[in-house]
Design a protein around this ligand. Sequence first.
Ligand code: NOJ
Ligand code: CA
Length: 703
Amino acid sequence: MIIPIILMGFYVSSCGVNDLNRLESPDKSLVLDIELDNGILSYSLKKDSKNIFDKSVLGLKTDKFDFFDNLIIKDTQFSSSNSKWTQVWGEQKVVEDNYNQLSVYLENSVTSLDMIVHFKLFDDGLGFRYQIENQPEIESFNILDEMTEFNFSEDSPSWWIPAYAYRRYEFLYANTLISEISRDKFSELVENLSGDRLGPEAVQTPFTTQRKDGITIAIHEANLTEYSSMTLKSTGTKYLECDLIPWSDGVKVRTKAPFKSPWRTIIVGNNPSEIAMSTMTLNLNEPNKIEDVSWINPGKYIGLWWEMIGTNQSSWGSGQHHGAKTKRVKEYIDFGSKYGFDGVLVEGWNLGWDEDWCCTGDGEKFEFSTPHPEFNDKEIAKYAAEKGIRIVGHHETGTQIRNYESQLEEAFAYCQRMGIRVVKTGYVNDGSKNIKRVDQNGDLHMEWHHGQYMVEHFRRVLETAAKYEVSIVVHEPIKDTGLRRTFPNMISREGARGQEFNGFMPIDAHNKPNHTTILPFTRLLSSPMDYTPGIFNLKDYRYNSQSDRTINKNHHIPSTISKELALYVIIYAPVQMAADLPSNYEGHPAFQFILDVPTDWEETIVLNGEIGKYITTVRKDINSDDWFLGSITNEDSRVLNINLSFLEDGEEYNGTIYKDVQNGGWLNSPEEIEIETLLFTNKDSHEIILPEGGGQAIRFTKK
Ligand code: NOJ
Ligand code: CA
């Protein structure tokens, strides 16, 4: 039940006076102060009396009016709300939405125009947004700059990926002080950022930093709708500025009144584990808009995929090694059906792959309802239905947006006809201002992957998919900002470096063992991820080329089978892929964990974690009493002691443990695994021994 209580309101008529307004979080740990100083509005934030953010300015500048200086506070309104809501699927079933709100009613004393800034303070962080109501002088306008600042009180180590870079969000993370953020630093520490320097020095969100006292802070946004995405501009100091990805003409946002910006979010926890359990981003999104959700199903899938991107034995396009041939697809369906998978992904099923589809936005036009002649869609649809499997469709667009949008309705209508309930979409291209947009006059413009043009495109696809009862898994997406609450058919997305980099990249550019110990505290704060774990054949898996079918000995995935299993618990996704080839699973004892692990949870607890070092997560199945544990480490071996108090009191559990062998690890014996079952109660503790780059996965079942 939502109980808005207006606690107080007051009128301040003149600028130039220091006006202090204060808001506390429900547990009083966070305190927000609002200040108006010489007509400029700012906020600051404390946690347990420690300054987290020093005075940070707020405001908007548009082509017609500004809300930056000359502001007066006309009124402030306080309210509180405490309610609960249930997820369609998720890391936890019930989410508590408990916050105190302060709405600041502002007027620009020169233009007499009004704006409201809403602040919501939760126990796990702060969200704020700008709102401009209909007013006589305001119709459509262009935002030229959002002035929001994030003035950290401490210059602390941070984990970030660059914005305005060619490979969108698909980078390993840099770890530097906030003041050290720069592309040069990224090139020095992580990967040489070649190519033209377009755009400012800025980082993507979620952006995470941890202070000396352990307090961990992540900046992101919620409900990114009809706006461009926010990056954080570095200044060479501990202070970051909101930087909106522009349209090709430099305008940041094209909009009109009534207008609401996305929420700017600051997640705050005492440690990394706390921020990984934050629900604030979801709470700042609107409730589910899809009435009948019976067609939105979590589950697991296999697919005709790793043999293209990983093992190099098949191709997406036509030719001798074309993968998506009817017979081969049926073999995958047989395997999926035998082991109770929900879906089989098929890439290369359609037309468009034969000429230069990758990385330029040019090339052949993809067709989304015309199968490749070697893929008998009707026969496969019938076969899959008989075997209780659903084909997971695939729409690689090559970011030919106009081509995709012109086929959108038909593309998803085709899915519905074929019984396809989940589609993986893809936007491979150089993301640096390289996406073609043709305006009403037929003129061509080149847009950024993360600007408003693409934000709106992604939404159009999501809503069209919903109309045809299709859920989507977006690769090369726009980042999630909690939209999955409003549209639960937004079932997963990539938006980070996934397993694929261990396929197509040379060994020195594979994901490092620490990558998956950073993701839970950065990218995964925003949403589920289609990382596609579960590779068992970690060495000697890749052909030199499709024609030279000898093994390229230079490939070695920096993981272990136990770690691959643990990732099913660590990385949340309602639809998880078992990414390896069926032949690597058949008969393998560790495969049982992939079959057992659920993808929809009643409860999640991050038991421990240090960013870039290790993490242990436990989750309780929504459909049974089982608990699952995943624990992983970076390149260092370590021993973690965990307390099993999360198990039900008075019950005994069989814990089936999947672990690396002694002195194993990603270098020594990545493919060796030990499986044992021990008896546990919630009074016990458990010692997790992790070798270098290793992991451990446990299924706890009631005895
Ligand atoms: C990149 C995606 O991440 C990958 O999963 C997909 O197979 C290729 N693009 C082709 O669409
Ligand atoms: Ca990708």
